[in-house]
Write a protein that binds this ligand. Structure first.
Ligand code: NDP
Length: 480
């Protein structure tokens, strides 16, 4: 069994305690690697290494920092196939998805912020009273990046690239469920000759290593992506220490379908929005609100396509639906199917554990589920399921659609399908979501603000938002 290591002070090291955790392959249900069960000594060592590296790294020119990130991006791109396979094995996602989305996006994140390092500029405000303000922006110091299991390398690089570009040193804590590509990235940092301590990766459990990172007195900011409950815990620990916090949390995103939509595109993109990555993307559209006149036609077509989406071995090229992340998560998702039935929902297809033959016979697979006949305010339609489960809800008026779309504690993303341009603009301004897609889904421009409202988080990532988050503003006012 492969043994992974932490990456601390430029070196690969096991946990100081000698403890290990098992890393499972969701498609087989078997442990295939071991990761360090990191604790206080490891976290203290990582933060100390980052602190030692900070003076030189923050004094390195922005252009040079960009060059380092470009160097890393080139290595990730060179190893795209290896990393895609590793991500597929570690998460259960189809290899075709890892190859087309996860790893290319990690490369794009590194390249985008490599360029941003030298493009970032600060503001100046002239006053009529004969004074001028300018804002100095300096890196914070050591920052913590905590990322989830659904898009491991994609979201890890989305955080560490702007942090490093802005001149900070990073301690990253990937999900203990998906440590592999963070480990492989550590190896690539060593190959690139990254200065020791600039980036450190501490593997281990969230409630142990993650909490230590959040509470560490020398860590100035935490950039976190994960569940809302964990976000609340982190906020509770970080707030009394006045750390900067960026929280990208869960979602229960609506897809709004109007009768005048482009039917074919709407069905195929709603399918993608519902079931991509087994529904394990925070931006997935898990509640589809459909104008009543189109409801029956949409439902029948959608269900017919969902029935064809049967899970397969993630490592096979044709697989479009892989395994979910863990047995515990599979049971949680199946529990929501039972809840939906109790709440009066009609299961139109799927919703059962899927059993595969051969190498994947012990894997954590589920048939994609489509459910109807549930009110917008029942638990199934309010709580984040984060699996291959979607509900269909007919609506009669635009006002009803908006009220139901907004009627959850979350506010991350929404997609809207209509050919009526006025309606699209009108609704876009009313939907309570940080990201609104009109006639598309998950079309991402790395410059735009990314994040949610309400219980989907605070702060925004992406573009200058990320560069501002990872810097401290110091205003200078000069009277002349
Ligand atoms: P978790 O909140 O369980 O975990 C996220 C990360 O935090 C993991 O690295 C985890 O480590 C760590 N962690 C867990 N507990 C603590 C703690 N008390 N203190 C510090 N760190 C901790 O989320 P999941 O990994 O289950 O990811 C799924 C969730 O992420 C979903 O709710 C999804 O919506 C959300 N998400 C949000 C996105 C957004 O941009 N808004 C994007 C992608 C996902 P470990 O795994 O080892 O426990």
């Amino acid at each position: 069994m492969q043994k992974l290591a932490n990456y601390i002070d430029g070196k690969l090291t096991p946990a100081a305690s000698g403890g290990w955790l098992e890393d499972f392959e969701p498609a087989t249900g078997k442990a295939y690697a071991r990761i360090p069960d990191s604790h206080k000594t490891d976290m203290d060592n990582a933060v100390a290494a980052a602190q030692r590296a900070f003076p030189a790294w923050s004094a390195t020119s922005a252009a040079k920092r960009g060059e380092w990130l470009h160097k890393l991006a080139a290595l990730v791109e060179r190893d795209l196939e290896k990393l895609a396979r590793a991500e597929s094995v570690d998460t259960g996602k189809p290899i075709a998805l890892a190859r087309s989305l996860d790893i290319p996006r990690a490369v794009a994140n590194l390249r985008y912020f490599a360029a941003a390092a030298s493009q970032f500029a600060s503001e100046s405000h002239a006053m009529e009273s004969g004074a001028i303000n300018y804002t100095l922006r300096s890196p914070l110091g050591v920052v913590g990046c905590i990322s989830p299991w659904n898009l491991p390398l994609y979201l890890l690089t989305w955080k560490l690239a702007p942090a490093l570009a802005a001149g900070n040193c990073v301690v990253a804590k990937p999900s203990e469920l998906t440590p592999m590509t963070a480990y492989l990235l550590s190896e690539l940092c060593m190959e690139a000759g990254f200065p020791a301590g600039v980036l450190n990766v501490v593997q281990g459990l969230g409630p142990k290593a993650g909490v230590l990172l959040v509470e560490h007195p020398d860590v100035k900011a935490i950039s976190f992506t994960g569940g809302t409950k964990t976000g609340a815990d982190i906020a509770g620990r970080a707030a009394p220490k006045f750390k900067k916090l960026s929280l990208e949390l869960g979602g229960k995103n609506p897809t709004l379908v109007f009768s005048d939509c482009d039917f074919e595109r709407t069905v195929s993109e709603s399918m993608r929005a519902a079931f991509s990555n087994q529904g394990e993307i925070c931006l997935c559209g898990s509640r589809i609100l459909i104008e009543r006149g189109l409801y029956a036609r949409f439902r029948d077509e959608f269900v017919a396509r969902a029935k064809m989406l049967s899970p397969g071995d993630p490592l096979e090229e044709i697989t479009a639906q892989g395994a979910v992340i863990s047995e515990a998560h599979l049971q949680k998702v199946l529990g929501y199917i039972e809840l939906a039935k109790k709440e009066g929902g009609k299961i139109l297809c799927g919703g059962r554990r899927a059993r595969l033959d051969g190498r994947c016979s012990g894997g954590w697979f589920m048939e994609p589920a489509v459910i109807e006949n549930l009110p917008y305010d029942c638990r199934t339609n309010q709580e984040e399921i984060f699996g291959p489960v979607v509900t269909l809800i007919p609506f009669d008026t635009e006002d009803e659609a908006v009220a139901w779309a907004n009627g959850t504690p979350y506010g991350l993303a929404a997609s809207l399908w209509s050919r009526d341009v006025s309606r699209c603009h009108r609704l876009a301004a009313q939907l309570e979501a940080g990201l609104i897609w009109v006639n598309c889904w998950m079309l991402r421009d790395l410059r735009v603000p990314m994040g949610g409202m309400k219980q989907s988080g605070t702060g925004r990532e992406g573009g200058w938002e990320a560069m501002r988050f990872f810097t401290e503003a110091r205003n200078v006012c000069i009277k002349y």
